[in-house]
Write a protein that binds this ligand. Structure first.
Ligand code: SAH
Ligand code: SF4
Length: 398
């Protein structure tokens, strides 16, 4: 029996691989990508990558067509192979106090929050996320109730900085009056469980021929992933912040369950060994103030004892409640009493004033609010089946 293969019919539409976003590649990664795509010869790679780098990270362009010192033919090929697209801005809110909150979507289900806070650091700090959700379950943190969706890529971390700079009108990068001077990895997720992407993103945003944020103005906050502390210091030279919240293992086990794996003694040893620690480069200890849980004068004194000999700053964070949270924020006078004990021991003005409360700019709140809104939109759709889910989402979120 003869079998004839019919090759005339076109195959099913091939799935196009997503174009790599060049914003997320380090300088070396960019040069390699150009060579691997066959667009540039090896011996020209560094020079070409340098030109393209300047357009992306100094001028903030999102269109290869604007790269006027790159040959037209190469620009067209770059456009065919790569992308510089920014994520979709699902929501942008500006608080009365100037705090700006962004909800970005980079792919279906990948929604990222970041918050710009003016007058923090040298001129203003952007709080960025490193994961969608979190694998850890700190009991006071709303992100901890959301399962990990996935790690963010370096491109998605850098994009948070780019979008904020677009919004603040801060391109080109080398201007003296910049409003965005500091970056803190204190949004959603545990940065030390995504250190590869976090470290690449820090290489990119600290590069002197690009966004040029000093590594000393980039702070990475961790709940205490002890085995990664040394890598963090060696790879990034970033400033370290530790979410401590308790001075004994019994309580910290409850508040930050990761403490069961890496108890306080191990954590303190890891911190003491953090590369580059000095009086000019202190560790920040974050301490969330929970009414009747960790806010007594005895605990303030225990905190002073625990930090002895470590170049340290302390940040007292008034607890931000969320629906269903099992804690309350300590009263202002309790926080002041606690702070006074720390002040007496030499730690200056450690209370972090709440910012952007009117736009729910606290940790984890934005995403959960927009999720709640979308859930109510879905309920509406159940009774109005003629509406398409996409536009309804956009109406609710926009
Ligand atoms: N996963 C990292 C970084 C993100 S959390 C970490 O835990 O350090 C950033 C900071 O916000 C942490 O210090 C965290 O303890 C704090 N935080 C989380 N939920 C909070 C809440 N409801 N109120 C006040 N601070 C909170
Ligand atoms: Fe994760 Fe940090 Fe929240 Fe803990 S505090 S659940 S580590 S994001």
């Amino acid at each position: 029996m003869n079998v004839t293969l019919d090759l005339s019919r076109s195959p099913a539409t091939p799935v196009q691989p997503a174009r790599v976003n060049l914003s997320g590649l380090t300088r070396i990664g960019l040069a390699n990508a150009l060579v691997e795509a066959g667009l540039v010869e090896q011996k020209q790679a560094r020079m070409r990558a340098g030109q393209i780098w300047g357009w992306i990270h100094n001028y903030g362009v999102t269109d290869f067509g604007q790269m006027s010192n790159v040959a037209k033919e190469l620009r067209a090929k770059l456009d065919d192979t790569f992308t510089l697209a920014r994520p979709e801005i699902v929501e942008r809110q500006v608080s009365k106090d100037g705090t700006r909150k962004y909800l970005l979507r980079t792919a279906p289900g990948i929604e990222i929050e970041s918050v710009y806070i003016p007058d923090v650091g040298r001129s203003g700090a952007l709080c960025v996320s490193s994961q969608v959700g979190c694998t850890l379950n700190c009991t006071f943190c709303h992100t901890g109730t959301q399962p990990l969706v996935r790690n963010l890529t370096a491109a998605e971390i850098v994009a948070q900085v780019q979008v904020c700079r677009d919004d603040l009108g801060e391109w080109p990068s080398d201007r003296p009056d910049r409003l965005l001077s500091n970056i803190v990895f204190m949004g959603m997720g545990e940065p030390l469980y995504n250190l590869g992407a976090v470290s690449d993103a820090i290489d990119i945003i600290s590069d002197g021929e690009g966004i040029g944020l000093s590594r000393r103005r980039i702070t990475v906050s961790t709940s205490g992933v002890v085995p990664e502390l040394e890598n963090l210091g060696n790879k990034t030279q970033a400033m370290l912040a530790i979410s401590l919240h308790a001075t004994n293992d019994e309580l910290r086990d409850k508040l930050v369950p990761l403490n069961k794996k890496y108890p306080i003694e191990q954590l303190m040893a890891g911190i003491r060994a953090y590369p580059g620690l000095s009086n000019a480069r202190r560790v920040t200890f974050e301490y969330v103030m929970l009414k009747g849980v960790n806010d007594s004068p005895a605990e303030a004194r225990a905190l002073v004892q625990l930090l002895k000999g470590i170049p340290a700053k302390i940040n007292l964070i008034p607890f931000n409640p969320w629906p269903g949270s099992p804690y309350e924020c300590s009263s202002w006078s309790t926080i002041e009493t606690f702070a006074a004990i720390l002040n007496k021991a030499g730690y200056a003005s450690p209370i972090r004033t709440p910012r952007g409360r009117d736009i729910l700019a606290a940790c984890g709140q934005l995403k959960s609010e927009s999720e709640k809104l979308r859930a109510s939109a879905r309920r509406k759709l159940a009774v109005e089946p003629t509406l398409e889910p996409g536009p309804a989402d956009a109406v609710v979120d926009g």
